[in-house]
Design a protein around this ligand. Structure first.
Ligand SMILES: [Zn+2]
Length: 138
């Protein structure tokens, strides 16, 4: 049997279900803040791992990998870009888990700013607007 701290606290939680429910009710905000921070840390770590794949110590926009994008200057927050498109087919949480596990190849991922991400999607013709210009009109 495991006897580490997390196993002991699990046993305690299972033995006192009422106290756990009360704790969860009373500390909703605190628990949500912890989850948010956990998610943020995982996002940052994923971005750092992808940056290191391209030789950076800190995440930055890597529009220089696709020189056509450099006619625009960077704008907006950093995002993970699927260089060959198809980002919509892969769920962010699944991709992030695979990157952090080391089970996913990093060769088709890079960090881009919002503007370069959008311009690249339009150049690739896989923007949300679709290929038919009629569907772009409001
Ligand atoms: Zn940029």
């Amino acid at each position: 049997m495991m006897s580490n701290a997390s196993s002991q606290s699990r046993q305690w939680r299972l033995a006192q279900p009422k106290e756990v429910v009360t704790y969860l009710k009373l500390n909703k905000g605190k628990i949500q803040a912890q989850r948010k921070l956990y998610h943020k840390r995982r996002c940052e770590l994923e971005m750092l791992i992808i940056s290191q794949r391209w030789g950076d110590d800190t995440p930055r926009c890597r529009a220089d990998i696709t020189p056509e994008l450099l006619q625009f200057s960077c704008f907006g927050s950093l995002q993970v870009d699927h260089m060959n498109g198809g980002g919509g087919q892969e769920r962010n949480t699944r991709r992030r888990r695979a990157v952090l596990d080391g089970t996913r190849s990093l060769d088709d991922l890079r960090v881009l700013c919002e503007l370069h991400q959008m311009v690249h999607a339009i150049c690739r013709k896989d923007s949300a607007g679709g290929l038919d210009p009629k569907t772009w009109e409001v």
